[in-house]
Design a binder for this molecule. Structure first.
Ligand code: MIC
Ligand code: SF4
Length: 689
């Protein structure tokens, strides 16, 4: 039966395991020391020694700044991850810094996004990344080994450590009590070069989970409830810190579902304490020696508190086209479904898929439904196969895919025209599935499985009593043979570069006069998927900025690239939360390539704003949001004495067409100012040495 999975261990990479195992272990032990050091520093400064968990995690890694919400701080990064869609740029950027080896405790390069190889491009990128990992000293997780966040949780996450990832869902690691933060590739490359990561000290929201979840209520319903209450911009500048007696009912992988989707709130990170549940998970992964208990101090305070009574919660669903468009599943019941996708870094753990198999066992998927399942990792796939759960999935009619992101990011399995797709993933932005007019709904794995049988959106409670759930297995099957360690000395490794790998775009110093037309006027919550779409067609161009730029704003206005190029640049006007969603720096690089030097918006999402700064594009925030209504697409704008205005923090933009002046803010730290004036981070000499 599923719960009796054997714990076979294969460790052919003995050397690497010893090497990395030791270094992680050593730094795990050091954490206690650095906490002690930090505590005494805090006491010396006369600050309160009562800290919430977020403050402890940040405080033990703080290298610059004060832990005052909104102020810039710098933290030491212990581990990094990249994936193939962001990794090519990150490694090209790292290479440009001229540093021979990564300086982190651990850096892992994953292949998980671009695994559909319809041309040579993705395979070439994989070769590039494999050789770059060997040269620069990173571990390489091969295609098929699984989704970066799932594999990192299983094999590398350590409570109390910091992880910077070139993927917005890096906070998944918070399920283990680790501080995971998503960032653009260049920031991750800087961390690989041993530089600290700069961010705004976040405020902390305490989410108190109380009581026992009602039957059929799962971790996904909890995070959907948080999204319902806070919205897709409710987490910007914040960390969500979970506590309460309800935690006892959530295993690490369920906690990781919650921290994963904190990205949809725009949050800097989400964290759970490291407790006995964490110890159990690490022990089952044969990594118990890395366990450290971590929690907020008694009496710790928070900027906001959110209480969720798990016993009161029912199954929830996010309606198209935003993850915060959440209602009770019961309100959507009966809607015919064409496709069900169970997978993605949100809900593809062993526990999720065994529950799905228990629901499907002995039954058949409805004739109108295509049920697609992608296990999150090779470990999950292996254990499904060992336990017999895979057979239940196959017999029910599931189409089982390789362990990768796949349909979540529009890489295969696009729904039919006007199709309805029910998914366990985290984003249902319009068009992301690969079908422009598809409607994507987000639900738990349990709701997805029951609906696949019914053929329509179904309340899982209609299934009757839940099948016997399993918790975490006592032992996961550990087999790291698909993770390739780098050689001791990468000096002789030749980096393999196919024809699709174009050189890094270089930028020039910021000009003193910026002129141009408003090329696009956009609404609120514009996603990076709007700016640079993902999907099987465009993702292979991630290492080719000139080519990918031709897809910039494709779904919004396909004439944009051509207009921008013939106008030799211009401005973009956005609403609030501009650039929400992914960490892809291509959403800055492509507009840059097309000549955009400033984006004016009501507000920006955190990662995208930093990406704009990193490539020398000004993120200008309207001082008075009403000014948005007074600017139209096609208006000619003019910024005079831009360099000195940037230094003042306020930038006046002259609307020549309307004869008006728009006031904008540019709240930059001294360091960020230096970056934009230099035309980007890579132009600051000696930035990583
Ligand atoms: C996503 O889920 O949108 C992605 C694809 O994983 C992105 C990264 C990318 O665009 O390469 C993310 O979340 O950062
Ligand atoms: Fe991959 Fe989807 Fe997770 Fe992004 S959200 S990392 S595309 S599975």
């Amino acid at each position: 039966m599923a719960s009796q999975t054997a714990g076979r261990t294969a460790s052919p990479n003995g050397d690497a395991e010893r090497r990395y195992g030791r270094s992680i272990q050593k730094s795990g032990a050091l954490l206690g020391g650095s906490l002690v050091f930090w505590m005494s520093a805090v006491l010396r400064r006369g600050e309160s020694d009562v800290r919430n968990l977020t403050q402890k995690l940040i405080g033990s890694h703080l290298v610059d700044g004060r832990m005052v919400a909104g102020e810039e701080i710098a933290i030491r990064i212990d581990q990094t991850l990249t994936q193939d869609a962001t990794g090519t740029m990150a490694y090209l950027e790292f290479e440009a810094m001229g540093i021979p080896r990564v300086k982190t405790e651990l850096s892992v390069s994953y292949i998980d996004h671009n695994t559909l190889q319809t041309g040579f491009e993705n395979a070439d990128d994989h070769r590039f990344l494999q050789s770059a990992a060997a040269k620069f000293g990173a571990l390489f997780s091969r295609a098929g080994n699984g989704i970066c966040h799932q594999v990192h949780l299983e094999r590398f996450g350590v409570p109390g450590k910091t992880l910077l990832g070139a993927d917005s869902h890096t906070p998944t690691a918070g399920g283990l009590g680790m501080l995971g933060i998503g960032a653009g590739g260049l920031d991750v490359a800087m961390a690989m070069a041993g530089q600290p990561f700069y961010l705004e000290m976040p405020g902390v929201i305490n989410v108190r989970l109380t009581g026992e979840p009602a039957p059929w209520v799962s971790a996904k319903d909890i995070i959907l409830e948080v999204l319902r209450r806070l919205s897709v911009k409710g987490g910007v500048g914040k960390v969500l810190e979970y506590s309460g007696d309800g935690l006892a009912y959530l295993s690490v992988t369920e906690r990781a579902t919650i921290t994963n989707m904190g990205a949809e709130l725009g949050a800097t990170s989400s964290v759970f304490p490291s407790d006995e549940g964490t110890r159990g998970f690490l022990a089952a992964q044969q990594r118990e020696d890395l366990f450290v208990p971590l929690a907020a101090d008694p009496g710790a305070t928070y900027d906001e508190v959110l209480e969720i009574d798990l016993g009161e919660l029912g199954p929830l669903i996010a309606l198209p086209h935003s993850p915060d468009n959440v209602v009770k599943v019961s309100e959507a019941v009966g809607r015919r479904v064409d496709q069900v996708f169970i997978g993605s870094c949100t809900n593809s753990s062993y526990v999720d898929l065994v529950r799905v198999s228990n629901i499907l066992k002995g039954r058949t998927v409805a004739p109108n439904v295509s049920l697609v399942i992608a296990p999150g990792s090779r470990q999950v796939f292996h254990m499904l196969s060992e336990s017999g759960a895979l057979l239940d999935l196959i017999e029910a009619g599931a189409r089982v895919l390789e362990c990768a992101c796949g349909p979540c990011v529009g890489v295969g399995q696009a729904p039919c025209s006007s199709g309805v797709s029910l998914r366990t993933s985290n984003r249902n932005f319009k068009g992301r599935s690969g079908t422009a007019d598809a409607e994507v709904f987000l639900v738990s794995a349990e709701t997805a499985a029951v609906s696949a049988l019914v053929g329509a959106i179904a309340d899982p409670r209609s299934f009757g009593a839940p099948p016997k759930w399993i918790g975490l297995p006592e032992r996961f099957t550990v087999d790291d043979r698909m993770i390739i360690p780098p050689p001791e000395d990468g000096g002789g490794v030749e980096v393999s570069r196919g024809p699709n790998i174009k050189p890094l775009p270089r930028t020039e110093q910021m000009r003193d006069t910026l002129t141009g037309r408003v090329l696009l006027k956009l609404g609120n919550n514009i996603t990076t998927d709007h700016i640079i779409p993902a999907g099987a067609k465009v993702l292979p161009l991630r290492s080719n900025i000139p080519a990918i730029s031709m897809h910039c704003f494709e779904a919004v206005d396909p004439t944009f690239p051509e207009r921008a190029m013939s106008a030799t640049g211009g401005f973009i006007l956005g609403g609030s939360n501009y650039g929400q969603g992914s960490s892809r720096e291509h959403a800055a690089l492509a507009p840059l390539h097309l000549g955009i030097r400033a984006v004016i918006a009501k507000s920006f999402a955190r990662i995208h704003r930093q990406n704009l700064i990193n490539f020398g594009i000004l993120p200008l925030t309207l001082q008075d949001e009403r000014a948005y209504d007074e600017v139209d697409a096609g208006d000619d704008l003019f910024i005079d004495a831009a360099r000195s205005q940037v230094s003042s923090g306020f930038v006046s933009v002259r609307n020549v067409t309307k004869g008006k002046t728009i006031g904008t803010r540019l709240d930059l730290s001294g360091r960020q100012r230096e970056i934009v004036l230099a035309g980007g981070l890579l132009n600051i000499s000696g930035n990583a040495s």
